[in-house]
Design a binder for this molecule. Structure first.
Ligand code: HEC
Length: 132
């Protein structure tokens, strides 16, 4: 029978090919907070402190989710943000990182445009993990 010869050949191919599959495909998925930290580093850490718990060019973002806008003590906020009445719910933060200058003309924060929902999810997970 022909198939007797084909099956061992297929197995041989599999043992040769499998060890070469990229390691990435087998590693566990990256935790959202870790992925969010990378997004933060790339898009926010220039102006918000690296772990975002200290004030730098931008205010500290520790405990930001649920906080009223422009309430970090000692930070010189724009009038626009001070009088915005915004509360940083998840939805507000999503709208802010998608298009902050569109949401609030006059803000001192330069435009960022993180519109990818997956990136927003991980960034939110990271922001939630920040405590003082
Ligand atoms: C170019 C500098 C810069 C970048 C980049 C930047 N920010 Fe900001 N951010 C600021 C400044 C300045 C303010 C204060 C804005 C104001 O007073 O109008 C601010 C304010 C904020 C606030 C409101 C804080 C409060 O206390 O009400 C949030 C939330 C925020 N930024 C999140 C982010 C996130 C998340 C990123 C990355 C996606 C980011 N920012 C990127 C400079 C920046």
């Amino acid at each position: 029978m022909r198939s007797h010869r084909i099956i061992p050949l297929a197995l041989l191919c599999a043992t040769i090919v499998l060890p070469w599959t990229p390691a990435r495909a087998q590693s566990p998925p990256v935790a959202p907070v870790t992925a969010g930290a990378a997004v933060f580093k790339e898009h926010c850490s220039r102006c918000h402190d690296d772990n975002a718990t200290r004030q730098s060019y931008g205010p500290s973002l520790a405990g930001i989710i649920g906080r009223k806008a422009a309430t970090q003590e000692g930070f010189a906020y724009s009038d626009a943000l001070k009088s915005s009445g915004l509360v940083w719910t998840e939805e507000a933060v999503r709208a802010w990182i998608a298009n902050n200058t569109g949401l609030l003309p006059g803000t001192r924060m330069r435009h960022v445009g993180i519109t990818d929902p997956g990136e927003q999810d991980t960034l939110l997970a990271y922001l939630k993990s920040l405590t003082k």
